[in-house]
Design a protein around this ligand. Structure first.
Ligand code: GLA
Length: 386
């Protein structure tokens, strides 16, 4: 395979007729555990994927932002930086434009940006955060901006929330910027304190298998917003700012006031409270140097909680998790926001092929196209390539 930096630089030169000033890369992420906790001030534990989005960038002086993506060759964008307004352009270009909009006060002229990448899109693996973070890092370097890693996370997250209009938490951008190779990022999303937890699965004869179900439901976005609102309502009824402040599930009983709504809020809150506890237990296990297989059942519990209490799974992901477990996975769960996307399975390294075959066979039985799958190795966060 051609060197990714050289490939992006060459494509840039072909499109813009000159060399880029640099090439930056940022990874997609896989959350090991801690789903739908970030906007509740809770804990997350993502790794960065080896898959990255690359941005080759050069400044121009006419105030235009000209964008091209090798993954969307028929969808170039050319807009004036001064006229950027949230919501346009849409599609992939919106993530780049959102970051430029955030930093527009510092972009004196314009920019040419060529994007290339291999983070699977629509798979719940944060290809959008990878794009935002690669561009944010490029602008920091090119414009000499004084932005700490946490500031880059904020810029990228605001692009997603305020420009693109997706009401996400801080998980994806934090993972893309802050993760380090060989480690999982234990992040407290309330005070933003972070710790790199060594996560050397290969040394333990293990692998993290990722299965992209290839489906995303239409209501993924509305469903995500609904869950956020339900969590806010539950917190308000409990008299706390964030569900993170509740650490005892018994305290949630007051939500069940005999109405279906109260019962629903109790289940939503129970997912968040038990998920935070699972993150802490997984981190404690990894820190203790114990066999990492011990985290398997916690991953599977997390799936059941997302499926039954939080109701963001879909039958195909449930089937995938079930098939992986039947084929010998130590634990398995859906990952990301849900309503489609990917699942992960913790498997013995020498069982990757057997588990993949079992899952593929199960997809066929469910009448679904064969899923894409790969082994995720904890990789480096956003960086300059050239
Ligand atoms: C999406 C969001 C994240 C997080 C996850 C669920 O990936 O972008 O902020 O809420 O869903 O854990």
């Amino acid at each position: 395979m051609t060197d990714p930096a050289a490939r992006a630089a060459e494509a840039f030169e072909e499109r813009f007729g000159r060399a880029p000033e640099g090439v930056w890369a940022a990874p997609g992420r896989l959350n090991v555990i801690g789903e739908h906790t970030d906007y509740n001030g809770g804990f997350v534990l993502p790794i960065a994927l080896p898959h990255t989005t690359r941005a080759a960038v050069a400044r121009r002086d006419d105030g235009r932002l000209v964008l091209r993506s090798l993954q969307h060759p028929d969808d170039d964008a050319d807009v004036a930086v001064a006229e950027l307004t949230p919501g346009t352009p849409t599609g992939w270009a919106g993530y780049v434009a959102g970051v430029v909009h955030e930093l527009a006060g510092h972009v004196p002229g314009g920019l040419d940006v060529l994007v290339d990448g291999d983070v699977p899109a629509g798979a719940g693996l944060s290809s959008s955060a990878a794009l935002e973070c690669a561009v944010a890092l490029a602008l920091r370097d090119l414009l000499g901006l004084d932005l700490a890693p946490g500031d880059l996370v904020d810029v990228a997250r605001r692009a997603e929330n305020d420009f693109v209009g997706a009401p996400t938490g801080i998980l994806d951008q934090s993972a893309s910027v802050l993760c380090e190779a060989g480690a999982a990022l234990f992040l407290d999303t309330r005070d933003r304190s972070a710790e790199q937890v060594p996560f050397d699965l290969a040394a333990a004869g293990l692998a993290l298998l990722v299965v992209d179900s290839g489906t995303v439901h239409d209501h993924a976005e509305s469903g995500y917003g609904d869950r956020r609102r339900e969590c806010e309502q539950a917190a308000a009824r409990l008299g706390v700012d964030l569900l993170r402040e509740v650490d005892d599930v018994a305290a949630l009983d007051v939500l069940a006031d005999g109405t279906p709504e109260g019962e629903l809020l109790r289940r939503r809150a129970r997912h968040v409270v038990t998920e935070d506890a699972r993150v802490l237990r997984v981190v404690a296990t990894l820190r203790s140097g114990e066999d990492p297989r011990a985290i398997g059942p916690l991953l599977t519990e997390g799936h059941a909680s997302l499926r039954d209490d939080f109701e963001v799974s879909v039958p195909l992901l449930d089937a995938c998790v079930e098939a992986a477990l039947e084929a010998g996975a130590h634990g398995a769960r859906m990952v990301g926001g849900g309503f489609g996307g990917s699942a992960l399975a913790l498997v013995d390294a020498d069982a990757v092929d057997a588990v993949t075959a079992a899952v593929t066979e199960r997809f066929a039985r469910e009448g679904a196209p064969a899923p894409r799958s790969f082994v995720a190795v904890p990789s480096a966060g956003a960086r300059r390539l050239a």
